[in-house]
Write a protein that binds this ligand. Structure first.
Ligand code: DX5
Ligand code: ZN
Length: 241
């Protein structure tokens, strides 16, 4: 029993660092993606200027990125009507396709059905929630997902300040993962740097998106290594890990 417990604990410390290309130079996207040496996933923010007040890129650019880098892509869809668009990202070869619970709710789409479509197309399915969206009504649904992305800024822009008010929601999600025996990555996105990553990991996050903290650094690879070191240590000390 002891050895099983130990191996579970060691496996759980295996954190994911996902640099966000939103803070990269879009004129050199392939080069910037490859500069994120040591990244586990590359986070790609798809924004449609409707769900959020910003416009970035879509499937054609994601296809080009898939051909240009080997790092698994983590697509964060900040778009209306995810049922219509999300499966195409999975079919294209994206590793993890995350859509917003609020966007599905706005058009009365069933998040579980979208998750099943994403998984059927061969990707992992992720559910994202904005900082002020409660998780209460989504607990049962989490079994359908591989990733829960909890936004720690209002979605739309990089370089914002980490919202500590979201930490109780992270702790709540981590406790459900344990109690309900879920296999779920708990991802945070927004304002993550070497200081706030400690707070997020202590609250139970095990996947970390960082845009400006990686691409605003002189050496992105070094920034990734520093984030990983703090996150691994802190997650190991999270009381529920
Ligand atoms: C914001 C995006 C984030 C953004 C994070 O809506 O979802 O992924 O790139 O950027 P930083 O890490 O700079 O807050
Ligand atoms: Zn994002």
């Amino acid at each position: 029993m002891l050895s099983t417990g130990r191996s579970l604990k060691l496996a759980a410390v295996d954190v994911v660092i996902a640099p966000s290309l939103l803070s990269a130079d879009f004129a050199r996207l392939g080069e910037q993606a490859r500069a994120a040496v040591g990244a586990d996933w590359l986070h790609v923010d798809v924004m449609d200027n409707h769900f959020v007040p910003n416009l970035t890129l879509g499937l054609p650019v994601v296809r080009s990125l898939l051909a240009a880098v080997e790092t698994p892509l983590d697509c964060h869809l900040m778009i209306d009507d995810p049922a219509r668009w999300a499966p195409s990202y999975a079919e294209a070869g994206v590793y993890n396709v995350t859509f917003h619970a609020e966007a599905a709710a706005a058009v009365h789409s069933d998040p579980a059905a979208i998750a099943r479509d994403i998984r059927a197309a061969g990707a992992r399915a992720g559910l994202a929630v904005k900082p002020r969206t409660s998780l209460e009504s989504y607990r049962e649904l989490l079994r359908e997902f591989d990733t829960l992305l909890i936004m720690t800024v209002e979605p739309g822009f990089g370089g914002q300040e980490f919202l500590e008010s979201v930490l109780p929601k992270l702790r709540q999600a981590r406790s459900w993962i344990g109690a309900d025996e879920l296999t779920l990555r708990l991802e945070v996105d927004g304002g993550v740097d070497v200081h706030t990553i400690e707070l997020a990991a202590l609250a139970g996050a095990d996947a970390f998106v960082a845009g400006s903290a990686v691409y605003g650094a002189a050496d992105p690879a070094r920034a990734i290594a520093q984030l990983r070191a703090v996150a691994s240590d802190s997650f190991a000390n999270n009381p529920r890990a």
